[in-house]
Design a protein around this ligand. Structure first.
Ligand SMILES: [Zn+2]
Length: 392
């Protein structure tokens, strides 16, 4: 048996991206300069239109397109591009929303200074879509066969993908591989990600004048203090579990025992055993006062993405491909969750963190690098070609 597909020659790949450096940066500038905050439907619609025009200009019209209406959130679009028929489809995940509110661009304009590229959302994860487009262009120019591509553009990733999740799960069930173009961790791909739970704890007590009759009331704020103590104690960093009470609210006046209090809690777990422990723990939370009612809303958002044998094998393949390009690829596990968690949970083989090199996701020093853009685009092209290889 011989393989019909060619692996692109490393020199030709590097040469392609070096030649197209300016055009790639122009594409990145155009994309960053269309602001796409997750909570602004109008901006997201305009942003998605920009992306689809840009894709059509560079890659031509897709063979098929499905749009899932996001309602008040961003729409989800899946674009299909044909490839070698014998190869399994490759699903590429790229969210186009960012955490940055409208107007951030004026404060942090797109800039390229030396190797450093700045701009809202440039690292998380606008640079990833530039890599996708140019990797596919490189393979076309070099006449290297690709697998059928499913490109999923998600507009609500930064708020937990409520609209995109079922679309991601459905696409991932039919994909041979899933590549997530989220930012890398210092260049490393992410083969395990923690699961995330978002809970709200509500306390309802009895209001009374706290000075005239201190025992008449039942303070929801005091009860919340006790509950926070319990929550913080559930942290077990040795097992990869962290509990953060990020927001609290409650009470009306200093001299009134509080009738209401509330806390918003973010939980991260590294495995399903810890998830079960936290579930039991939350079910057992107590206000410590019979007159203060406690209820919990919310739940688990993204499931744990554990490091599986298939994931590990996909990583070692990718590492070998990177080596042919003169790149060292490492893996890591991270506390942040992504749409890769959803894809892995339905059994797909996921490589996550194939996107930009840089730092500062969700922070004002967010940046990516030009050298990283060129290297990671070459790596992505070689990885896509690897998936597209078919036996003759
Ligand atoms: Zn992201």
């Amino acid at each position: 048996m011989t393989t019909t597909a060619r692996v692109p020659a490393p020199d030709l790949l590097h040469d392609f991206f070096a030649r197209n450096r300016e055009a790639m940066l122009d594409d990145l500038r155009g994309y960053v300069e269309v602001e796409t905050p997750s909570d602004n439907r109008t901006a997201l619609v305009a942003g998605l239109a920009h992306v689809e025009r840009w894709l059509a200009d560079r890659l031509g019209e897709p063979a098929d397109r499905t749009l899932t209406d996001g309602g008040e959130l961003g729409d989800v679009v899946v674009l299909g591009y044909p490839g070698a028929e014998a190869a399994e489809p490759l699903l590429l995940l790229a969210h186009y929303d960012t955490v940055w509110p409208l107007g951030t661009l004026a404060q942090i304009p797109f800039s390229v200074v030396g190797d450093v590229v700045r701009g809202p959302g440039v690292f998380d994860m606008k640079v990833g879509l530039v890599q996708i487009i140019w990797a596919l262009l490189a393979l076309r120019e070099l006449d290297v066969p690709v697998p059928p591509i499913r490109l999923l553009l998600n507009g609500d990733e930064e708020i937990g993908s409520p609209v995109a999740r079922p679309v991601i799960e459905e696409e991932a069930r039919h994909a041979g591989r899933v590549f997530v173009l989220e930012a890398s961790a210092d260049g490393k791909v992410k083969t395990a990600r923690k699961g995330v739970g978002l809970f709200q704890v509500h306390l309802s007590g009895i209001e009374a004048h706290a000075g005239l009759d201190p025992s008449a009331g039942a303070s929801a704020v005091h009860a919340l203090g006790r509950v926070i103590g319990q929550l913080v104690a559930a942290t077990d960093l040795g097992r990869g579990t962290s509990v953060n009470v990020g927001v609290v609210e409650g009470g009306t006046r200093a001299n009134v025992s509080a009738g209401r209090a509330w806390a918003s809690v973010d939980v991260r777990v590294a495995d399903d055993g810890e998830r079960a422990r936290i579930d039991a723990f939350i079910a057992g939370l107590s206000s410590g006062d019979d007159r203060v009612a406690l209820s919990v809303t919310g739940g688990w958002n993204r499931p744990v993405m554990e490091r599986t044998e298939r994931g590990a094998a996909a990583f070692s393949d990718a590492r070998a491909v990177a080596a042919t390009l003169g790149l060292v690829l490492d893996e890591t596990s991270v506390g942040g969750a992504s749409d890769g968690n959803f894809a892995a949970a339905v059994g797909a083989t996921v490589l996550d963190g194939l996107g930009g090199v840089g730092a500062g996701a969700h922070a004002r020093d967010e940046h990516t690098t030009v050298s990283g853009l060129l290297e990671r685009s070459a790596l992505l092209a070689a990885l896509i070609a690897g998936v597209g290889r078919v036996e003759a």
